[in-house]
Ligand binder design. Structure first.
Ligand code: NAP
Length: 324
């Protein structure tokens, strides 16, 4: 890998790896044209991604400079006590690079704006089955000292860019008042049930890239109350998909960029046919009416609950709707 090449710009669509367990699907995706791979230490599968990347380089499918690799700092690796454990961030980034078999990331994100004290905590025990916090877990809203540590490691050349994920406008503003370094991007939940309009506009207006996760609804079996069905089964989506001779998934992915060309959707699939189908979701245009009809499905419904304000407070994504 060349460490002197200029940083890659963000490709128009990314492959998600949450719940991915196969090396072959990643290999197939890159061979099919995906140039952005979205990873995270918390997904516990970075070695499989690293194996796929290694094979792709060896087979001459792509070079390191062709691929934009993203990973994320887990909540367990934030700075918990300032001046004592900044090394958590460094060791996490180094472990990630080792697992991915790379000497540098293109983008390193802070996965969430909150921290867990226990470095050995596993994600299922951090949340109860309804997605709310496990009261027996020691956690707090923390991102400033962790951001400072990330800035240092970017300056050491371990990643080209640094950014955040799941940050609200209030948290972005709070970070801005703390650090002169602006996040390269904010990756957050973005689909017709959770259009996150204000946050998207805030990021775009601030020159911060937007990565849209769970554009298909994350394969979740929970639904927002008004629609009462999954995004892929939604009759509005299905009607518009049929009218455009596209699949429901392609319509959802296309919507995420149609409502704002600055948005980069990150989609997960391990199925070879669906990987190709999703890649073909860009390069055509939904009508303005169709975009509006789809946007009207918004219920501010998050599949992934987050920590709300700058002082914490668990929320389910309805803060904006309530004007809180
Ligand atoms: P998603 O991409 O919205 O949906 C993935 C689900 O849809 C899987 O069950 C997949 O199954 C299925 N699927 C994929 N293509 C399909 C198609 N064409 N037709 C029907 N079903 C299809 O959900 P996600 O994984 O939650 O989000 C995408 C990525 O965003 C993640 O993988 C991760 O990289 C990132 N993410 C980040 C955060 C964060 O906190 N920053 C949170 C969540 C997700 P098959 O694999 O069987 O196709």
């Amino acid at each position: 890998m060349s460490t002197t090449s200029p940083p890659l710009s963000l490709p128009p669509i990314g492959l998600g790896t949450f719940k991915t367990s196969t090396t072959s699907s990643i290999y197939h995706a890159v061979k099919s044209g995906y140039r952005l791979i979205d990873c995270a230490a918390a997904y516990s599968n970075q070695e499989a991604v690293g194996d796929a990347l290694q094979q792709l380089f060896e087979d001459g499918v792509v070079t390191r400079d062709d691929i934009f690799v993203v990973s994320k700092l887990p909540n367990t690796q934030h700075v918990w006590t300032e001046g004592v454990d900044e090394g958590r961030v460094e060791s996490s980034l180094k472990d990630t690079l080792k697992e991915l078999k790379l000497d540098k990331l293109d983008l390193f994100l802070m996965h969430w704006p909150f921290a867990f004290e226990d470095v050995n905590l596993h994600y299922p025990s951090a949340r109860l089955s309804d997605g709310s916090p496990n009261p027996s877990v020691s956690m707090k809203c923390e991102y400033k000292s962790t951001w400072d540590a990330m800035v240092r490691f970017r300056d050491l050349g371990l990643c080209n860019q640094i950014g955040v994920s799941n940050f609200t406008i209030e948290q972005m503003e709070d970070l801005k008042s703390h650090s002169a370094v602006t996040p390269f991007c904010n990756q957050f939940e973005y689909h017709p049930y959770c259009t996150n309009d204000s946050l998207r506009k805030y990021c775009v207006d601030s020159g911060i890239k937007v990565m849209a996760y769970s554009p298909l609804g994350s394969g979740s079996s929970s639904y927002p109350p008004i629609s009462g069905c999954s995004l892929l089964d939604n009759s509005v989506i299905k009607r518009i998909a049929t009218a455009n001779s596209r699949s429901a998934a392609q319509t959802l992915i296309n919507w995420s960029t149609a409502s704002d060309e600055n948005v980069v959707p990150v989609v997960k699939s391990e199925n070879e046919g669906r990987i190709v189908e999703n890649m073909a979701a860009l390069g055509w245009e939904l009508s303005r009416d169709a975009v509006e009809n789809i946007s009207d499905l918004n219920e501010n419904y998050r599949f992934f609950k987050s920590y709300g304000g700058v002082n914490g407070g668990w929320h389910d994504g309805v803060l904006e709707a309530r004007g809180e």
